[in-house]
Design a protein. Structure first.
Length: 104
């Protein structure tokens, strides 16, 4: 079974926590980690922007990625939220099995 980490940025900790809770409740992710107080720099509207953001890292099955992405983008305050997935190549087999079980 293919598993993924999904990296998402949010406007603030409250939005990140809301995304985490709602996506885990919907079983679109086994768990989510919220990291507050990150500084982002990016191009938008023709200029480099900078703002404080929070990060959410979801653990899920690759088969759930489309539904998870849709849920995140429907709830997110940004017009073009950062949602990127990375394949999990290995790790603690018991933990990886737990991710699969929680998102079955």
């Amino acid at each position: 079974m293919a598993l993924q980490l999904v990296y998402v940025t949010a406007t603030n900790a409250a939005e990140a926590q809301n995304l985490a809770r709602l996506c885990v409740e919907a079983r679109l992710a086994a768990c989510a980690n919220v990291i507050d107080a990150m500084k982002s720099y990016y191009w938008w509207d023709g200029a480099v922007q900078s703002e404080n953001e929070a990060v959410v890292i979801f653990k899920t099955q690759a088969a759930k990625l489309d539904a998870l992405t849709h849920k995140i983008t429907s709830l997110h305050s940004h017009d073009c939220p950062c949602v990127v997935a990375l394949d999990i190549e290995g790790g603690n087999d018991d933990f990886l099995k737990w991710i699969a079980e929680q998102t079955a």
